[in-house]
Design a protein around this ligand. Sequence first.
Ligand code: GLN
Length: 271
Amino acid sequence: MTTVRQALAQSGLVPVDAQVLLAHAVGRDRAWLVAHRDEALTPAQADAFGALAQRRRAGEPVAYLTGMREFWGLPLTVTPAVLVPRPETETLVELALEWLPRDGTPRVLDLGTGSGAIALALAHERPRAQVLATDASAEALAVARENRARLGFGNVVFVESDWYDGVGDAHFDLIVSNPPYVAARDPHLTEGDLRFEPAAALAAGADGLSALRTIIAGAPARLAPGGALVVEHGYDQSERVQALLRDAGCTNIVVRRDLAGIPRVAAGRID
Ligand code: GLN
């Protein structure tokens, strides 16, 4: 017989991962585990948790094992077809909201939406905004559409598109993107959770900037006057991304740090 306490202690996982996976295996939340530490697991629960813990020890992201990750307070379905939404991307949402008026009906474009995290967070905060969100992956768009349906948001449209190719000639008040930005040969791609995430959502050319170049260079032609572009970038790309924004004619360039203090988001305006 295995109790909740024993299962957590013997899992070989960091405590938060063990708690999330055990809660998933028993169909309860983490608060229930705390209140039932001496409760015995059924053999089926113990087996289910053992299998999840083993996959986690082998590196699979917790969010793929539970199929769920919260972003901006919204519960999102995630599968290996999409990048797992990360806390640093909430920094992008915060900055984007500063550029999005509460009144009016701003038009927003989210490029490379993945699970739909950014688009859905913005749609939630600005119910009158019209959000168009793209991804080159049909599998990712299926996940994003499932998330939109569960949340019941009527102001987001998802379209399959390679960056701007399928966007048409509409103009936007705000363009946002968390594109792939890891250098193709970065050793991090072969370590930890990143091994299980879609390469197309992570890696972008030799210097990691190929997607950001396309997105930034194409923004002025798609932004309405006074519109803004907000992008996430890698830990060592802040100067180069600011230069790309200046080269594209952006003014009012703003840089934001993530929770770890690393410059992670850059924004600029087109006058
Ligand atoms: N922030 C991710 C990482 O852990 C990368 C995400 C991205 O490329 N957009 O490296």
